[in-house]
Structure formats: C-alpha cells, structure tokens
Design a protein around this ligand. Structure first.
Ligand code: CMC
Length: 426
C-alpha cells in the first residue's frame, strides 16, 4: 500500500501523507495542501471529507456494518441496556458492574430539572414543535448550570446531567402539549421505565409500564446511539470546536437532526405512508412522483449518504415491528403499506441503480406509533437515543490535543473589487 500520495500541480509534484484507520480505511491528508500549493479542495456536502479521527463508531456502508467500539449494533440491540451503550460510546469500554452502578447513580441523582426551568415550558405554545422546545430547553440548561461555560471536558458532571435531564425535558414538554400536569421522575425506575412513567403516567391513576414496551424503548434508543459523522454529530463537533459549552453544542445538534433529510425523516415517513393510505393505496402514483425529480418528492426513509446496502438498524426495526405490534394488539395498516412500498422500491430499477434501501427511519415511526408516541415526537425520540453519540463525539474532540476550530474554506464566485456607487448614481 502507498504510504503517501503524489499530486502534480502546475508542474510541481507534492507528496501528501496517507492516514490509515484500524479497519484499513484510507485517507489522503490534505491539511497542509493550501500552505504548500495555494489550492484548497472542494467537496460540497462533505461527501468525501474526513473531518476527524475517531475511535467510537465504525460504519461500512457497502457491507451494511455498524459497530460501536467494536461491538456490532445487532449484538448491542439484543443484549445491552441503553445506559451501558451510552457509557460505551462516551467512555470507550463497556462498564464494569461498579462503574455501571456509579454511572446509573449519577443519572438517577440528576433526573429533576430546576423548578424555575419547568415554568419555561409555559412560555411555549402547546402546538409548538417538540424539537424546537427540546433544543431551546437543552440550551437553557447552560443558563441554569453556568459552570459549564468554562468546564473542563474531563469533568463529567455536565454529561451526567444532560443524559438524565433530557428525558425529563422531553416528557414535561409532552405533558404540557396535551395540557396534563408534569409527572416528576421516579428514581426507583430504570432509565427507560422512568421515561415512560414521566410520559404516560398521570396523578389520577397508577401506572406501570409494560416491560415489553420498556425493552422496546431501550432497543430503539440503542439503535440510534451513534452514527459517526452525520449532519447533527458534525454540527455538535463544529459548534463545540469553538469551545462553546456542551449544552450549546448538543442544542445545535438537535436542530440539525430536526431536518426531514436527517432525523426528521421518521415523522415524514409516517406522513408519507398516511398520504398513500388516504389515496386508496396508489403506490404507482406515489412512485411516479418520487421518480419525477421536478416534483421534489422523495421516498422518505430510503437512501443514505453512507449505506449503499440495507441499513442494519432498519433490519432490526422491521423485525421488531413484526413482533411488537401483535404483542400490543396493534393492527396498523401503515405497516403493510410500508412493507409493500419497500418491496416495490427494491424491485424498481430507479432505486436499485442508485443503491437506495430502507434506512433507520423507515420502520421506526411504525414502532413509535404502536408505543403511543405522537408523530411529532418521533424525532425527539431519535434525539434521546443519539445523545450519547453527540456527547461521546464532543468529548473525544475536546480531549484531542490536536483539536482545531472547525472552519472550512470556500471558493469565492462573486464580484471582483469595485468602487462604491453613491445612491443618486445607481
Ligand atoms: N427518494 C428518491 N430518490 C432518492 C432518494 C429518495 N429517498 N434518496 C436519494 N435519491 C436519489 C437522488 O435523487 C439522486 O438521484 P440522481 O443521482 O439521479 O440525482 C441519488 O439518489 C443520490 O442522492 P443524493 O441526494 O445525492 O444522496 P445523498 O447522499 O446526498 O442524500 C439522503 C442522502 C439521506 C439525504 C437521501 O437519500 C434522502 O433524501 N433520503 C430521504 C430522507 C431520509 O430518509 N433521510 C434519513 C436518512 S437516515 C437517518 C439519518 O441518519 O439521518
């Protein structure tokens, strides 16, 4: 294998170092290219740009492989607890039982949000989108815990706080949107059961979450825990690279996730399936629109920047939907529509030629719906799951002695220098 790349520019040959990852991924290091040659590289959408070295997640999009710290997503989804995966993603190893107990204790101890913060929810309209409220509230944590402004990234207190309080924030936001009193956390419950309690209990009657539902939430969160340098994670790193605090960086990540091309796709999938149902099952009409580029319609929950084969998370979710819905006695016609749509797409040359397969968002919405999560909260559930990834990637960057502020270059295509023209002469 080459240990450097050669580039010839204007008759001069330059040598560029090669960087090789632990799975033999290869990159050409162009960080000194401009200093040496005066040239920058152009890569709109960062399709081919490695922005960091990271030891958290390995993704092989061609083979449909996803591993966190070496453990396959299938293995983690089947066997682990979400907080174990969170610990793994953030700190690099599976916790020992002592480490795990201590970690969980920290999470338990920080489940309540500042009482003044609870009143902030009253300032939002009840129809406000939960992603907008979540992002605002996570950013507001930086006002309530101002020591985060110059916190040492080695100090874990803000990590623990955020992992714990995000559940309370999400659930309080939901309760406010339906006009119900907030349910305070119950620290005798597990992370996921406590979340279900805050979401679905009410003071008028006893509530105990179905353990199968709690397990399903656990698996859903694990499936979203990290996905290397996606749009929201890259945002968290970029914002954090200026030494903005953790809450600010994660709040920005939440907003990036909201877009329908990213985490917002799970909500958009259900709306799309609903539209097909309302049209009486007109798959052909819908697919014609998808393939007509001028329509602006996409098959939501399909396609991925990195996966060029089946997203392994979508496989787990499809199986989960098949088992969970009968257990919950939910007969959701949208599941059949999704399966039909998938079958049609996988046979259609438009999708085959472009390697478009179901992604994590294609079946997750059907599962969330069956669990009683409202459609406009699907992306919030994605955010709950992705939080360890954002934190782990932020922490990895902040502890990197070679950390640099993120600051891409551009190629300017505007006007050349010209004199100002007075108003009466324009
Ligand atoms: N429906 C129809 N055509 C598609 C789709 C789709 N879902 N996805 C990609 N294409 C076409 C696209 O039009 C283009 O065609 P052509 O080569 O003829 O111009 C080709 O496939 C390549 O697409 P691209 O937009 O250049 O690919 P990308 O890597 O920039 O975009 C994507 C990736 C996820 C934004 C895109 O596949 C998409 O819009 N999918 C639907 C939204 C979605 O499900 N997003 C969730 C992604 S997974 C969860 C997450 O991590 O965010």
């Amino acid at each position: 294998m080459a240990d450097s790349a050669k580039l010839t520019l204007e008759g001069t040959e330059y040598e560029l170092p090669i960087v090789v990852g632990s799975e033999d991924e290869k990159a050409i290091d162009i960080s000194k290219l401009r200093d040496q040659t005066g040239y920058v590289t152009i890569d709109g959408g960062y399709k081919n740009t490695g922005s960091c070295l990271s030891s958290i997640t390995y993704l092989d999009g061609e083979k449909g492989i996803l591993r966190h710290r070496g453990y396959s997503i299938e293995n983690l989804a089947e066997k682990a607890e979400f907080l174990e995966v969170a610990y793994l993603v953030i700190y690099g190893t599976l916790p020992t039982s002592n480490e795990y107990e201590e970690f969980k204790k920290g999470i338990r101890d920080h489940s309540i949000i500042h009482e003044d913060m609870r009143h902030l929810f009253d300032g939002f309209p009840s129809s406000g989108h939960p992603m907008s409220i979540l992002s605002s509230m996570v950013c507001a944590l930086s006002a309530y815990y101002p020591d985060c402004l110059d916190a040492d990234p080695a100090d874990d207190i803000h990590i623990t706080r955020l992992l714990s309080k995000i559940r309370t924030i999400v659930a309080f936001g939901y309760k406010k949107s339906i006009g119900h009193p907030a349910m305070y956390p119950r620290n005798d419950l597990s992370y996921c059961a406590n979340f279900m309690h805050m979401m679905f209990a009410n003071p008028a009657e006893p509530y105990e979450a179905d353990p199968i539902i709690v397990k399903a939430i656990n698996t859903l969160l694990i499936l979203h825990a990290d996905h290397e340098q996606n749009c929201s994670t890259a945002t968290v790193r970029l914002v954090g690279s200026s030494n903005a605090n953790l809450y600010a960086a994660v709040s920005a990540g939440i907003l990036a996730l909201w877009g329908p091309l990213h985490g917002g796709a799970n909500q958009a999938v259900i709306e799309m399936l609903q539209e097909i149902q309302d049209s009486g099952g007109d798959y052909k009409g819908f697919m014609d629109k998808v393939k007509d580029k001028s329509s602006g319609v996409r098959l939501m929950g399909f396609g991925h920047r990195v996966y060029k084969s089946y997203d392994p998370r979508a496989k787990v979710l499809k199986d989960m939907a098949a088992k969970l819905l009968p257990h919950l006695k939910v007969d959701d016609p949208l599941l059949d529509i999704a399966k039909n749509l998938e079958a049609i797409a996988l046979e259609d040359s438009y999708f085959v030629e472009r390697n478009l397969y179901p992604n994590v968002d294609f079946y997750s919405g059907i599962v969330y719906r069956a669990l009683g999560i409202p459609v406009n909260m699907f992306t919030v559930m994605f955010a709950l799951g992705r939080l360890p990834g954002w934190i782990g990637q932020w922490r990895e960057m902040m502890r990197d002695p070679g950390k640099k502020i993120g600051r891409p270059r551009q190629i300017f295509t505007g006007e050349n220098a010209r004199p100002f023209v007075e108003l009466d002469k324009r």
